[in-house]
Design a protein around this ligand. Structure first.
Ligand code: HEM
Length: 383
């Protein structure tokens, strides 16, 4: 009898161990790490375990001042601020799908090794680092109520399930960096420019105030450009990217110095958020919002107030630890001008619009289109 009890107990233990081992194997397969080449590359982020995207109203930014000064206005920040999700998310992602499907060559681009720049300018490594960071670490950790990692069919890799869009995309970067951008474009609302540092001592005419290195745009995904053609910026150094910007020379050297000192894993955000006024509701605006030198325009045009919008960009800059590329990302906000007036801020905005002429960058009045819509907009805002 004792032998029988002994055999039963031993068998139960062995069965228990076997079941446990199988379960453990399954758990391990559920959370594969083999697709994490860049795992842990940036500081950890805080999770939002009860995040409810539909209840988050877009932040109502009103960053205008009476007089416009061109400034860096940067403040260090944590990666928590990199991706912001609010109740516009679904509509924005649907719009981005549309923009990507119809304007792929305008809104995304990458440099390859044989593109005539330095071999280091090839961008696949940085695109992969960003892709993996966002899809494998950041999004499921920060927004667990929206994004969850699941095992893929083969059990060896993971996919990221997006509960709002119902989409599943691989957590590991696809071979083609443009495909990586398509997926990112349908997953986050932010536009992404990627830059790499290079020695420009012999190629760039700066002044003694410029550092010996500069940053080149090596890849971009930009569904919501405001008044510029994103593809025309690919391959340019920061200084040349900003050629159309009036009085850029006032911040150019500090900007280069800031970029060259930005440490791996550190992020900064621009506080003095870029604002403008536009006379339509479009987010995809590769032409129109800005007036570039020599461009014809209609003075004091009438404005349809129903479609006029106040546009703000929230920008962040992050140095990636593995590839040392820099990610410049921004989320765009549009607010009806009527709402700003209804809040009682009409006269302040009118002052700020006219103040574009009187700060340290008076060319902003024309560049931002004030010559076109300023008069009728200010009359409405003060009326
Ligand atoms: C410290 C960082 C930066 C500062 C202070 C800065 C500043 C500015 C300013 C003042 C403008 C004028 C637009 C307006 O006010 O409406 C501008 C335009 C622009 N910036 Fe930057 N910028 C920064 C980083 C970058 C980076 C990293 C890129 C990457 C490509 C970039 C791309 C652009 C583009 C494409 C435009 C529009 C230029 C055009 O009209 O063709 N900026 N920036």
């Amino acid at each position: 009898m004792a032998t029988l009890i002994f055999l039963v107990v031993v068998s139960a233990i062995l069965i228990g161990l076997a079941v446990g081992a199988a379960y453990f194997k399954k758990e391990t397969a559920r959370l594969p790490s083999s697709d994490s080449k860049y795992a842990g590359s940036l500081p950890s982020i805080s999770s939002l375990p009860a995040f409810s995207w539909q209840s988050i109203r877009p932040t109502q930014f009103r960053p205008f001042k009476r007089i416009y000064h061109i400034t860096m206005a940067l403040q260090s920040t944590s990666p928590d601020d990199l991706i912001v999700i609010d109740q516009d998310y679904k509509d924005r992602i649907e719009l981005r799908r549309d923009v990507i499907a119809n304007n792929k060559d305008t809104i995304m681009g990458v440099l390859y090794e044989d593109d005539g720049f330095t071999p280091q300018a090839a961008s696949k490594d940085v695109v992969d680092e960003i892709y993996e960071y966002l899809m494998s670490s950041y999004l499921p950790a920060r927004f667990p109520t929206i994004f969850t990692k699941e095992p893929s069919g083969d059990g060896k890799t993971s996919v990221l399930y997006n509960r709002i869009m119902g989409s599943r995309f691989p957590c590991a970067p696809p071979l083609d960096p443009l495909e990586a951008f398509r997926i990112l474009g349908e997953t986050v609302e932010d536009d992404l420019f990627i830059l790499k540092e290079e020695d420009t001592t012999s190629t760039v005419e700066g002044g003694p105030e410029y550092p010996s290195t500069s940053h080149r745009v090596v890849a971009f995904l930009c569904c919501f450009p405001s008044g510029f053609d994103p593809k025309a910026k690919l391959g340019l150094l920061l200084k040349d990217v900003h050629k159309p910007v009036p009085s850029y020379d006032k911040i150019g050297p500090s900007m280069e110095r800031f970029f060259s000192k930005l440490e791996a894993g550190k992020s900064a955000k621009r506080l003095n958020r870029q604002w403008s006024v536009q006379t339509h509701t479009n987010l995809f605006t590769p032409t129109g919002n800005h007036i570039h030198e020599g461009e014809a325009y209609e003075d004091d045009a009438d404005v349809d107030i129903d479609t006029a919008r106040f546009r703000v960009e929230c920008q962040t800059i992050t140095r990636l630890p593995q590839t040392r590329g820099v990610l410049f990302s921004f989320k765009t906000y549009l607010f009806p001008i009527k709402e700003i007036k209804a809040e009682g801020m009409g006269p302040s905005l009118a002052d700020a619009v006219e103040g574009l002429k009187s700060g340290n960058a008076p060319g902003m009045w024309t560049y931002k289109g004030g010559v076109r819509w300023g008069k009728s907009m200010c009359a409405y805002l003060r009326g």
